[in-house]
Design a protein around this ligand. Structure first.
Ligand code: NAD
Length: 483
């Protein structure tokens, strides 16, 4: 059944008043799952006004009361996890297992935000100076917005929403127009959970809605997650408009496979890292830098295992990889495969020839060997199931190759040597690092965020950084001289 998506403003579902957007289609079969209208600056203004009105009471609501609807939201998300995951697969294409995994990571953030009464405490020092007691407090600021990408429509809104409102702010979500259905479902649960009207709102739309949020004087801060060019734009524009801003961008992450690694395990993890979510992950490692001594053996293992992957509709049984988000995006990925071939890399496994469903935007796992580290497919974010193998003379060379990247979101190392691990941890220039794990995904009580062109700002998503982003500090100095 096709759903008509709406905005959620001041506790009411209401149609956006702008133009109709592209219908949301199931990338596994092209069927329309939802229709969407985009928000105008007037729609955005209505949300900001409602948020600011609601904030006045919410900021003074005792924190212990503010987290009660958060507990309720956690329960509702858990009770509805299967239904949410199914909607997520239908709009995005990932497998049901991946969708459930992403929702779990999102719910973890709701759980962490339930601990805000401890997390947002300040400090107190009696007798900080003669007759003086000093207290540091954290205060909410007003209305915050988050602009999110298509690839994790369930998890990424929850990197922000729970912390923003538990700290006492109002929050507006502008989800990706490519995958807005999961966000609508989550906000339906928000509605049930009992937050006051205006505290959590949803506006659908494209760049126009984003710009209206960034330029609105009633918005205190913006969190952005998406591609690097847009992250840079949002960062600059939000700063120009006097906002707090954190902007997470794209990535091109590297796995290093050292000579001493357990190759079978490293190969499985490398495939999981490169091809989960059909390669559409900012934490994917689509470049494997492999030490020469084991290069041939590792490449063979990868190809052998990747050939066994099943590519199908994410809701079918025993599926390893679903379709890409859309036909146009698959065309981009196909162009990169052509570029890889024309720049001289060896196509070890050609995803274009894989056994995949004929309808929908499917592509099989693709592996290039002998890739020049300066080749386009080794440097640019492809955001699809394309893995590039780069040969490194030794461990020093491998680290150098990783650090040459413009991006710095994540990196993984496979090794059996503590000394390699220590050097990797100290020398690799990326924000999320893992040793003997394919994906460096932090739990919700740790911050999540990259370096270099993968991030613009200072405070990252998730965990304690969010408390700092969503509050400002104030100091109280008190003197009560003895009479
Ligand atoms: P995108 O940049 O196209 O869109 C992201 C959001 O920005 C959407 O809500 C969209 O409506 C909005 N937007 C698009 N163009 C805009 C413009 N000109 N001005 C203002 N807003 C605009 O990204 P996407 O294709 O949805 O997502 C994929 C990208 O996100 C990849 O590059 C991926 O690496 C990145 N990503 C990064 C992280 C991270 O944590 N660093 C996490 C997930 C995804």
């Amino acid at each position: 059944m096709t759903q008509e998506l709406q905005n959620y403003i001041d506790g009411h579902w209401t149609p956006a008043s702008g133009p109709a957007g592209e219908p949301v289609q199931n990338p596994a079969n092209g069927e329309t799952v939802a229709t969407i209208e985009y928000s105008t600056p007037e729609d955005v203004n209505a949300a900001v006004q409602a948020g600011n009105s609601a904030f006045e009471e919410w900021r003074n609501t005792p924190v212990e009361q503010r987290i009660q609807p958060m507990f309720e939201l956690k329960n509702l998300l858990e009770e509805n996890q299967d239904e949410l995951a199914e909607a997520l697969v239908e709009e995005h294409g990932k497998t049901f297992k991946e969708a459930k995994g992403e929702l779990r990571r999102g719910i973890e953030n709701v759980e962490v935000a339930c601990g805000i009464p401890s997390m947002m405490q300040g400090g107190h020092l009696p007798n900080a100076a003669p007759e003086i007691d000093e207290t540091a407090v954290r205060k909410p600021l007003g209305v915050f917005a988050a602009v999110t990408p298509f690839n994790f429509p369930g998890m990424i809104p929850l990197w922000f929403l729970p912390y923003a409102v538990a700290t006492g702010n109002a929050f507006i979500l502008k989800p990706s127009e490519k995958t807005p259905v999961t966000a609508q479902r989550i906000v339906e649960l928000v509605d049930e959970a009992g937050f006051p009207d205006g505290i959590i709102q949803l506006v659908n739309g494209d760049a126009d809605a984003v710009n209206a949020l960034i330029e609105h004087p009633g918005v205190e801060g913006v969190s952005f997650v998406g591609s690097t060019p847009v992250a840079k734009l949002v960062y600059e524009s939000a700063a120009k408009h006097g906002k707090r801003v954190q902007a997470q961008g794209g990535a091109k992450n590297h796995i290093v496979v050292a000579e001493s690694a357990d190759l079978d395990f490293a190969a499985e993890q490398t495939l999981g890292s490169a091809f989960a979510n059909t390669g559409q992950r900012c934490l994917a490692n689509p470049v494997a830098v492999v030490e020469s001594a084991i290069y041939d053996e590792f490449a063979e293992l990868l190809v052998e295992k990747a050939r066994e992957m099943t590519v199908a509709d994410g809701l079918s049984d025993d599926v390893d990889m679903g379709p890409l988000i859309s036909g146009p995006h698959r065309d981009n990925v196909l162009d990169y495969i052509e570029t890889g071939v024309s720049e001289g890399a060896e196509l070890l496994l050609d995803g274009r020839e894989a056994d995949v469903p004929t309808e929908g935007s499917f592509l099989g796992p693709t592996i290039f060997g002998g890739v020049d580290p300066d080749a386009t497919i080794a440097r640019e974010e492809i955001f699809g199931p394309v893995l590039a193998l780069v040969e490194a003379e030794d461990f020093d060379h491998a680290i150098d190759l990783v650090n040459r990247s413009d991006f710095g979101n994540a990196s993984s190392l496979f090794t059996d040597r503590g000394s390699d691990a220590k050097r990797f941890r100290h020398e690799v220039e990326a924000g999320n690092l893992a040793v003997n794990a394919g994906t460096a995904a932090p739990m919700a009580f740790f911050h999540f965020g990259g370096w270099k062109d993968s991030f613009f700002g200072d405070l990252h998503a998730q965990g304690e950084d969010m408390i700092h982003f969503y509050t400002d500090k104030a100091i109280y100095i008190e003197r009560w001289p003895d009479a």
